[in-house]
Design a protein around this ligand. Structure first.
Ligand SMILES: Cc1cc2nc3c(=O)[nH]c(=O)nc-3n(C[C@H](O)[C@H](O)[C@H](O)COP(=O)(O)OP(=O)(O)OC[C@H]3O[C@@H](n4cnc5c(N)ncnc54)[C@H](O)[C@@H]3O)c2cc1C
Length: 369
């Protein structure tokens, strides 16, 4: 029976960065990914700074976003320049595959197989996977659950499924959108006719634009998308995909020798719903805790670095995404320099240290409390 120090379930951003970190430190590690050709439904916007932080090849950047455009329910629009920085847009098929290749180059094994169940977790963890139509068992000292929002590993250890929002995403031709703002602008549209308690987006990609919206009840998605396209004056139609996004992080990230990272742990920033950076960061932090022989430290270090920020953003989401009036108030606030600064830091300076980020959010705290 094959044996590893660590098995990572899921070869998305969290799993690949975890495996790369472990392999580079000399651990015997494998990624178990059910589909190497999978393209995760995703806007693909991630801070440019993360390319340096995680040593990701720059060629994965298909667009550089220098302006965030926020549109209120009334139609009032405010453009925030990212002041020389940018959000990188990636195509998830190519991006995920490139991260897996990096993990392999660092020494990790890649297994195209589906995690089915945990067979035994008395001392070591033995799991059953489905590979090429056949079941087989693999064992390890640690398991990292990086298998996304519908994590089967989380269910296998008795954790509840995460509350989520359903998103609908469509790829349309660039010419299909009237008043297209340009290839360096991401648009965030607020309004209850198409995105109550959420937002709709328009992101430029490679040769097309990625549009979408979301709601906690999946049955309304098609109607909301129709309303959004009408409001945004997008005339074309394209391939639509529906997927879930976690709405809340898990309180516990470590269960014995099983560590949860990325969407499997619900680590998506409330309000902005950004998850790629936090997936990679949590994968790295989980791996480092294992390397240091202190797996429990993963949760401690994560909470120290990000919990306050997640809680504040969650409170802001609850306050501002209640209705059209509060969403209007939020967009209007972006006229203020301190709010522009806060959003700049939130988008681009993830690793800047909590105090720096929270200091620029002091004003928002005052609104809430
Ligand atoms: C519509 C939409 C738009 C988004 N836009 C953005 C954005 O612009 N920017 C941003 O930062 N975030 C965005 N997100 C969030 C982002 O996509 C996720 O947070 C991120 O992909 C999480 O990475 P992950 O590695 O944790 O999980 P995933 O990327 O979901 O990867 C999990 C992997 O596990 C594999 N897997 C699952 N089950 C099994 C199994 N049983 N056995 C083996 N393998 C398995 C899957 O095939 C997959 O490759 C968006 C999400 C959605 C739904």
């Amino acid at each position: 029976m094959p044996s590893y120090d660590v098995i990572v379930i899921g070869g998305g951003p969290s799993g690949s960065i975890a495996a790369k970190t472990l392999a580079a430190a000399g651990a015997k590690v494998t990624i178990v990914e059910k589909d190497f050709k999978r393209v995760k439904p995703c806007g693909g916007a991630t801070p440019s700074t993360s390319f340096r932080e995680f040593d990701i090849p720059q060629k994965e950047i298909v667009k550089k976003i220098e302006v965030i455009s926020t549109i209120a329910p009334s139609g009032y629009r405010i453009n925030t320049s990212l002041n020389g920085g940018y959000l990188a847009i990636v195509e998830r098929g190519s991006f995920d595959s490139s991260l897996r290749k990096q993990a392999e180059a660092a020494g990790a094994d890649l297994m195209e197989a589906e995690f089915l169940r945990i067979k035994d977790k008395q001392k070591r963890i033995c799991i059953t996977v489905l590979e090429g139509g056949r079941e087989r068992d693999v064992c390890s000292d640690f398991l990292i659950a990086a298998d996304g929002v519908n994590s089967r590993v989380a269910s296998a250890i008795g954790l509840k499924s995460l509350p989520g929002v359903y998103t609908i995403q469509e790829e349309v031709d660039m010419q299909a959108a009237e008043d297209f703002q340009g290839l360096n602008v991401c648009e965030f549209w607020f309004g209850s006719s198409h995105a109550p308690n959420f937002y709709s987006w328009v992101f430029p990609k490679k040769g097309y634009i990625d549009i979408g919206t979301g709601h906690v009840k999946g049955k309304y998605l098609k109607e909301f998308m129709k309303n959004f396209k009408m409001r945004r004056r997008i005339h074309g139609t394209g391939k639509q995909r529906v997927y879930r996004l976690p709405l809340k992080w898990r309180d516990s990230l470590v269960r014995g020798n099983i560590l949860l990272a990325g969407d499997a742990a619900g680590l998506v920033m409330p309000l902005s719903y950004e998850g790629i950076y936090y997936a990679m960061k949590s994968g790295k932090m989980a791996a480092e805790a294992i390397i240091n022989g202190k797996p429990k430290d993963y949760e401690k270090h994560w909470n120290k670095k990000f919990l306050k920020q997640f809680k504040l953003m969650n409170a802001l989401k609850k306050y501002f995404l209640r209705n059209d009036r509060t969403a209007e108030e939020m967009v209007n606030l972006h006229k203020r320099k301190e709010i522009q600064e806060a959003s700049l830091r939130l988008w681009l300076e993830k690793d800047a240290g909590l105090s720096k980020i929270l200091s620029s959010m002091g004003f928002l705290r005052k609104i809430l409390y």
